[in-house]
Structures are given as C-alpha cells and as structure tokens.
Design a protein around this ligand. Structure first.
Ligand code: SF4
Length: 320
C-alpha cells in the first residue's frame, strides 16, 4: 500500500502551482516597489491569480478523489498504469537489501544509548498536538532545526489553530516564515490549512493516504507526523538518515536518495517495532551531530562496525 500512496497525488501538479505562486509573489513584490505598477503587470497578476484559484480547486478535487481511491484500493487507469510501471522497475532492481541482524541489533542498542545522552530539545518535541507537529515538520524540511525554533514559536502564537491559518492572507503567512527563506511554503501552508478545514473539519488526519494529499506534504513529513503525533510505526528518511544508512550499512542509494524506494525499505527494515517517535529523532540527531556530511568518526559510537570507517582504514587517502 505504501507505493500506492506515492502516486495518489502527483508531485508535478504541486510543483506547477508552486511555480505559479512564485511568479505571483514576484509580481506582487515588483508592483509594490513601483507603486501602482504597469497595467500590463497588473493584468498578468490577475491572470496568474485566476490560474492559481482554478488549479487549487482542481487539486482539491483530485486529492479527495485520489485519497478515496487509495483508501478503497482502487485507482484511476492512468495511476494504475504508473503503479504497474513502478512495480516492474522495482522488480528489475538488483539491489538486494541484506542487513545482518546481529549488526542491526548492535546498531540500535548503541544509537539508543547515544540518544539518551545527546538528544536535542526543541519545542515541537514537547507537544502532542498534531497541528503543531505538522507545522514544525513543514518548516524543518530543507532548514536547520536551530533556525526553526523562534519562527515556530511566533508562528503558533499568530496562528494557534488550523482555522486561524486557513483564514489568514497568504501575504501575512509569507511574512511570518520569511526568516526561514521558504517563500514557497506560505502557499502550501495556506492551502493545506484550507483543505484540513474544508475536508477534515480542522483536524489533522491520522492516515498516510490522507496526509499525503496536503500540498507540500510528502512521505517524510507524513511519517514524521504519524510517528510523533499518533504513535504509529512510521520511519523517516531524509538526507541525514540516508547518510547513516549508506555509510554504516554500506548501502547505495540511487537518484534523489530521499525518495529512493530501496533506502525507504532499508529505513523500514532497521526501525524497531515500537516508539518510532524517539527512533526517528535519534537518527535525525545523530545525522546532524555525528554522522555529518564531514563525519566525526573519531567520536562516533558506531565506529567499530561501520562499513565506511572500515573502508577508510583499509584504503587511507594517499598523500601526493
Ligand atoms: S563511523 Fe563515521 S561514517 Fe560511520 S557512522 Fe560513525 S560518523 Fe558515520
């Protein structure tokens, strides 16, 4: 069922509307700079905003249909075809996922002990409110966690509920998240809130199929929300986790690695049965503090059994 979720809502449509929003933000900023602006620009802005409203409506209808069908296990013909192609591609993959159970057990034990001593505290780790957690996760993709804290606190003071966010003008949401440099997120947040209010009565759904129909919410954010807010067994995979999997277990991702099915399967395979909330935080913190892009192997508790470290010792870089 997981793969079905990936295609319940095509990313291309979301990217298209993000591009429209980007253009309209640019135009509005340029009109604000030049006073009333040129007539041609104002007309272009009106056309863009009409297009955005129309695309938004189509997306909402499509999402509801996609979510219903994903839940019922039925798919429209073109989606069923892409599912079939994806399965063929997966069968053709020669990458076998072989993880030594003893090594895995050791890895979990070591990491859990490390986390007890080194966990980072953030305000979104203190709450169980699914709306707060969703907002934090939407901010955290592509941003350093330390930079998110003040914006997250101020944002929730300004928009304490989904309804407040849905009723806010996109421009004020843009301003609220400006320090994060994520302009494109403003329209996603606004459209997600509108859909949550319109379709789910302002509640955050606890089903992956439904969460993934929200604009800007992919598999990572979905699983982070399911694990943290609803206690479900939903592992995450981001660039931090990719690094750990590839280095420690010697796995090799392909393409856009945080979307690679093989690595997602690996993230599933290494996850413990329970308490995925803490497990996900453990991997995220470990990737941010120890197994960083420039890894700190000398202080790493996983060094003894790490493939990357062993290979580095067997083949030390040559000088000259
Ligand atoms: S030994 Fe180095 S590469 Fe291996 S997990 Fe630790 S920090 Fe990462």
């Amino acid at each position: 069922m997981d793969n079905l979720l990936d295609i319940a809502f095509p990313d291309s449509i979301d990217r298209e509307i993000e591009e429209l929003h980007r253009q309209s933000i640019e135009l509005r900023q340029s009109l604000a700079r030049t006073g009333t602006g040129k007539r041609r620009d104002r007309e272009r802005l009106e056309t863009l905003e009409r297009k955005i409203a129309l695309t938004d409506r189509l997306i909402a209808e499509y999402s509801q249909l996609g979510a219903r069908m994903a839940i019922d296990g039925q798919l429209p013909e073109h989606l069923a075809e892409s599912r079939r192609l994806e399965q063929l591609e997966r069968r053709g993959e020669s990458r076998e996922l072989a993880i030594d159970p003893a090594k895995l057990q050791w890895f979990r034990r070591r990491l859990k002990a490390w986390f007890r001593e080194n966990r980072r505290d953030f305000p979104w780790r203190e709450t169980k409110d699914p709306y707060h957690i969703l907002i934090a996760e939407m901010f955290l993709t592509r941003t350093r966690a330390e930079n998110v804290t003040p914006v997250y606190i101020a944002f929730l003071e300004k928009y304490p509920t989904v309804v407040d966010l849905a009723n806010a003008p996109v421009e004020s949401i843009e301003k609220a998240i400006a320090p994060l440099g994520l302009d494109f997120r403003a329209s996603q947040l606004h459209r997600s809130a509108a859909r949550l209010v319109g379709t789910y009565g302002g509640e955050i759904p606890d089903r992956a199929e439904e969460l993934m129909t929200l604009p800007g919410v992919g598999r990572y954010t979905t699983n982070a929300v399911l694990a943290t807010a609803f206690g479900q067994r939903a592992p995450v995979l981001d660039t931090n986790v990719v690094r750990i999997l590839e280095r420690f277990f010697g796995l090799e991702g392909r393409g856009e690695k945080s979307r690679d099915h093989y690595l997602w399967d690996a993230a599933e395979a290494i996850a413990p049965k329970r308490n995925l909330k803490e497990w996900n935080w453990t991997l995220i913190d470990f990737g941010a503090l120890v197994c960083t892009p420039n890894p700190r192997c000398s202080v790493c508790p996983l060094q003894k059994n790490c493939d990357f470290y062993r290979k580095g010792r067997e083949n030390p870089p040559r000088n000259g």
